[in-house]
Design a protein around this ligand. Structure first.
Ligand code: AMP
Length: 233
């Protein structure tokens, strides 16, 4: 695509609904959805050389080194057609600064999803992912190991980084980085903060409405959702 690639960042703690909302938002505005966590898990599952390098970081809930992440993100931006909804990157100010310095990226807005800690923990302990199609489903309780894939594609299982110790480490890492990262984002692009502890489509409505209000770079197709119809000319 012609450079620079317009980028919408989706930020928030693990379990705030970033993956779900980023995918829906990308569909709504005609951008590609790039989840750095999903790209890394794909490499781990295929046992590629990159997968072998990052497997331990993912299993422990630790951050993958910045140089690896930046190369991966740059390749995804180069491959995008219209723009990218970036989910899972940046995680730190260093990553944000590195992203902003890429000639191939133009950060047009950042969305921040929030949810109370008990909601995050509940979602993460019950989250199951289909190894085949990557769809996620919530188990009825944390001790239920597997559920049917919502796409009928087999069995959804607990992600290795959703083990209780890894969850605690990932949420702590997010907390350590969040204040500085959000401050950086606020200075770099319009920031749209949305309460993620509500029904999925209500959250999506607010995200799209907030983006339309704050940047002219996002043009959602008409009739995507209620709020867009209310806000768009
Ligand atoms: P996620 O699915 O976004 O929670 O990411 C899963 C795991 O992938 C994280 O716990 C990290 O090990 C790794 N990861 C994803 N994005 C990044 C990033 N921006 N920087 C470093 N590590 C990352």
């Amino acid at each position: 695509m012609p450079h620079p690639c317009p980028v919408v960042l989706v930020l928030g703690p693990q379990g705030s609904g970033k993956g779900t909302q980023a995918a829906l938002l990308a569909d709504a505005i005609g951008f590609d959805h790039v989840s750095t966590g999903a790209v890394l898990r794909h490499h781990v599952n295929r046992d590629s050389p990159l997968g072998a390098r990052v497997r331990r970081c993912l299993e422990r809930g630790e951050l993958v080194p910045d140089d690896v992440m930046l190369r991966l993100v740059e390749a995804e931006l180069d491959a995008a057609e219209h723009g990218v909804v970036l989910d899972g990157f940046p995680r730190t100010v260093d990553q944000a600064v590195a992203l902003a310095s890429l000639a191939s990226a133009e950060v047009v807005a950042a969305v921040v999803l929030t949810a109370p800690l008990d909601v995050l923990l509940d979602r993460l302990t019950r989250r199951r992912e289909c190894p085949g199609c990557r769809a996620t489903a919530l188990a009825p309780a944390g001790y239920v190991d597997t559920v049917a894939c919502p796409n009928g594609d087999g069995i959804a299982v607990r992600r290795s980084d959703d083990a209780p110790r890894a969850i605690a480490r990932r949420l702590a890492t997010y907390d350590q980085q969040a204040t500085a990262l959000l401050a950086w984002c606020r200075g770099a692009a319009p920031l749209v903060t949305v309460d993620g502890d509500r029904p999925v489509l209500t959250v999506l409505d607010d995200i799209v409405a907030g983006l339309v209000r704050h940047t002219s770079r996002i043009v959602p197709p008409a009739a995507v959702c209620r709020a867009v119809q209310a806000v768009a000319p």
